[in-house]
Design a protein around this ligand. Structure first.
Ligand code: THU
Length: 133
């Protein structure tokens, strides 16, 4: 699956967003080595800190189906933003734990602008499990 197809999956996931408070719907899609795609959308809550982002839901979805960091090859996210939608800081920390450091992340929007990056670029000097040793 190429980046355009994965971007379309992220846009499809976005339609499942539950975002009655921010009215900002985000979708994400994680691609595995074996070609499966796991979707996530942001799911909000009236107790605002409980809101969960699309990227984290997509990664947790992949993990809940038995996939791990080494099985994942690409991540796409999309929202109705001017430029490509960038993952929030909390998602960057989770991505750095659960997703390969040099695998492509496609930041996109509804105008089909797509910018490719990696978690190494988005979160240099990340805190990790190694810091706890
Ligand atoms: N949101 C995401 O789903 N991903 C991000 O990386 C940025 C923010 C969601 C959280 C909240 O539901 C809404 O967008 C507004 O912040």
């Amino acid at each position: 699956m190429d980046k355009f197809a994965l971007h379309e999956k992220a846009k499809e996931a976005r339609k499942l967003s539950y975002s009655p408070y921010s009215h900002f719907a985000v979708g994400a899609a994680v691609l595995t080595k074996s070609g499966e795609v796991f979707l996530g959308a942001n799911i909000e809550n009236s107790a605002y800190p409980l809101c969960m982002c699309a990227e984290r839901n997509a990664l947790y979805n992949a993990y809940m189906h038995g996939f791990k960091k080494e099985d994942l090859v690409a991540l796409a996210l999309s929202a109705d933003t001017d430029g490509p939608c960038s993952p929030c800081g909390a998602c960057r920390q989770v991505i750095s734990e659960l997703f390969p450091k040099d695998a492509p992340i496609y930041m996109g929007n509804l105008k089909d602008n797509i910018q490719e990056t990696t978690i190494s670029e988005l979160l240099p000097f990340a805190f990790s499990g190694e810091d706890l040793e």
